[in-house]
Design a protein around this ligand. Structure first.
Ligand code: SF4
Length: 350
């Protein structure tokens, strides 16, 4: 029922619609129900419903891992303690995007093109990439420099592979060395999905490759589990590009431009803290896409029913309280918080 309300135009939602949505989203599963009253959140309900109209990759993955974290982040909007690596990752995403965007529309018009072409050997090629990247990184902590070196190594290996396969002609540099898209923001009205794709590259054999960057540590609790998550995350982006109503969103102006991107055949998730073990390209198969579809569906079902029960994740080496930004502040898995009996203890995020 709340799904219909979520997708109902804002000016058609009645008072009883808002109340009904409140009951499902805040009250149905009992997780935080005693801390919220309708009259306190009534003003936010329309904005909240609008913000739930599309599913993103983070929403899908969070819902898979723990539905209660979705409720904390996207419904209750409680403050979370973000690890330092999230801020660092933002800086490096910016540098990675700018690295190629500075190359304007055509890389052949950028001095970088000649520098790459004329590099005498692998060492020089690596140094050129590293220097350009370092110039763009806004801060110089040891951790940032290590991650930036890893990024440069990744680019170096990719570019020297392309040179080896296709040569160094200017059109090769333009078509294969420069990514086809960087930080591509998409809203897809065919299937109500949204997201930002880190990279789409063209491989030496002319296929498209979807790339996701990760600056945190890979979680090697279980390699099969890890692989399942990676293939699902990447396949989400394939769904994101699928359909007739796909729009690129200009990130400064929010202007939308209809686009059609050729379906990528391959995917890869790059963990810059462990480049050696993570740079694995895989072919995106039907089963990976179905797994992403199933998880998106499950996200919508949670919104529809209001069931966001916590799913604490324990393993031999890890407990979600060690890494989840909601454990300390709000989680039902946190006995101390459960003892606090006041709405005022939740800090709202903007
Ligand atoms: S601490 Fe665990 S149970 Fe609680 S919200 Fe986070 S992942 Fe879910």
């Amino acid at each position: 029922m709340s799904l219909k309300l979520i997708h109902k135009p804002r000016d058609e939602r009645t008072e009883s619609d808002l109340k009904c949505a409140f009951e499902i989203l805040f009250q149905a599963d009992g997780t935080v129900s005693r801390y919220f009253r309708y009259d306190e959140v009534r003003e936010r309900m329309n904005d909240l419903l609008d913000s739930l109209q599309m599913c993103s990759k983070s929403r899908m993955m969070s819902c898979d891992l723990c539905p209660f974290s979705v409720k904390c982040k996207y419904i209750v909007k409680a403050e979370q303690k973000l690890p330092e690596i999230a801020r660092i990752g933002k800086n490096l995403h910016f540098a990675g995007e700018t690295f190629w965007k500075r190359a304007n529309r055509s890389l052949t018009e950028d001095p970088l093109c000649d520098e790459l072409k004329n590099a005498r050997d692998d060492n020089e090629l690596y140094r050129i990439i590293l220097k350009r990247f370092f110039d763009l990184v806004p801060e110089r902590s040891k951790q940032i420099l290590d991650l930036a070196s890893s990024f440069a190594k990744f680019e170096f290996e990719r570019i020297s592979g392309i040179f080896g396969d296709l040569g160094k002609a200017k059109d090769v540099i333009d078509e294969f060395v420069k990514p086809v898209h960087c930080e591509l923001a998409i809203e897809n009205y065919s299937n109500d999905l949204m997201g930002i794709i880190d990279r789409i590259d063209r491989t030496s054999n002319g296929e498209y490759l979807l790339i996701e960057y990760k600056f945190g540590k890979p979680k090697y609790m279980d390699i099969n589990w890890q692989e399942r998550l990676i293939t699902k995350e990447i396949s989400f982006y394939k769904l994101l590009l699928d359909g007739n109503e796909v729009y690129e969103i200009e990130r400064d102006t929010f202007n939308a431009k209809k686009i059609s991107v050729r379906a990528p055949k391959y995917g890869a998730m790059i963990f810059f803290q462990d480049l050696q073990n993570s740079n694995m390209m895989f072919e995106i198969e039907r089963e990976h896409i179905e797994s992403a579809e199933k998880s998106v569906q499950s996200y919508w079902e949670r919104l529809n029913t209001g069931n966001f029960k916590p799913k604490p994740l324990f393993s031999k080496n890890s407990d979600c309280m060690d890494w989840c930004g909601y454990y300390d502040e709000i989680c039902e898995h946190n006995d101390e918080w459960k003892a606090v009996d006041a709405v005022g203890d939740i800090v709202w995020e903007d």
